[in-house]
Design a binder for this molecule. Structure first.
Ligand code: HPA
Length: 248
């Protein structure tokens, strides 16, 4: 029996079309239920659990997702590594629509989300987890090598600014994120990465740029760009994740 890899699919990978021999479960955790069913199956010959971050329709908004239940369910099912796939907006010049990116840093701008397992619900000694490098080296490496294997161009760096949503940002907010050093912006990267670290799960993010961030779309609208990119983003994301799980 191999150790399964967890895959949390977002807007850029709402379904995992290539998943074979699928069995579905509806686990409960001490933190409630995850966003949707957990699909266990084989992807590129590897044992994986796939979870839709936003759940089945109607989609759960980024600030309403039960991130703790999602991570805890994957942990309870034995996942030691998790890949979080995220559609993101591009801020810096290399991050144009269609670009695949494996970020290496995070700035968290979210608020009011439950950020930790260390509250009344959790027994055990408080651990101020080291989050200097928020993403796992091994998962990042698998994602970058997976992209190379799949023949997909990848940026293997990037500061991931995570905003509260669900509205998109203003142009001034994006300028502020750019000044802070952010390369991409999304709404779901935190607290997902921090909670994974608290559980000792090796976590990496696969970002797919689906639009220029606010004020960086040229003559296009943000939704126009997203509309034309999402389908391709899912194909690329699945190709990279499929190749990456084989390396984990
Ligand atoms: N901003 C925040 N989240 C996003 C974006 C964006 O421009 N695109 C996709 N997710």
């Amino acid at each position: 029996m191999t150790i399964p890899v967890g895959i949390i699919g977002g807007s850029a990978l709402a379904q995992c079309a290539g998943l074979a021999d699928v069995r579905t479960s509806h686990p409960k955790t001490p933190f409630g239920r995850p966003s949707g069913p957990l699909s266990r199956g084989r992807l590129a010959g590897c044992d994986v659990f796939f979870l839709m971050r936003h759940g089945p329709e109607p989609r759960i908004a980024p600030h309403r997702i039960n991130y703790r239940a999602n991570l805890r369910a994957l942990y309870d099912l034995g996942c030691e590594s998790v890949i979080g796939v995220a559609a993101v907006g591009g801020i810096t010049s290399a991050m144009t629509p269609g670009q695949v990116v494996v970020p290496d840093q995070i700035i968290d701008y979210t608020w009011g989300r439950t950020q930790t397992f260390y509250d009344d619900d959790r027994r055990g000694a408080l651990d101020h987890v080291d989050f200097t490098y928020p993403y796992s080296r091994s998962v990042r490496q698998a994602l970058v090598e997976g992209a190379h294997y799949a023949g997909i161009s990848v940026e293997d760096y990037g500061v991931h600014g995570v905003t509260q949503g669900p509205r998109l940002e203003t142009a001034a907010e994006i300028n502020r994120l750019a000044n802070d050093g952010c390369d991409i912006v999304g709404m779901t990267g935190m607290p997902e990465a921090g909670l994974a670290r608290e559980l000792g799960i090796a976590y990496g993010c696969l970002g797919i740029v689906v639009n220029g961030a606010a004020g960086r779309t040229g003559n296009d609208t943000i939704h126009g760009q997203i509309g034309t990119r999402l389908e391709r983003a899912a194909i690329d994301a699945e190709a990279v994740v499929g190749a990456a799980v084989a390396m984990l």
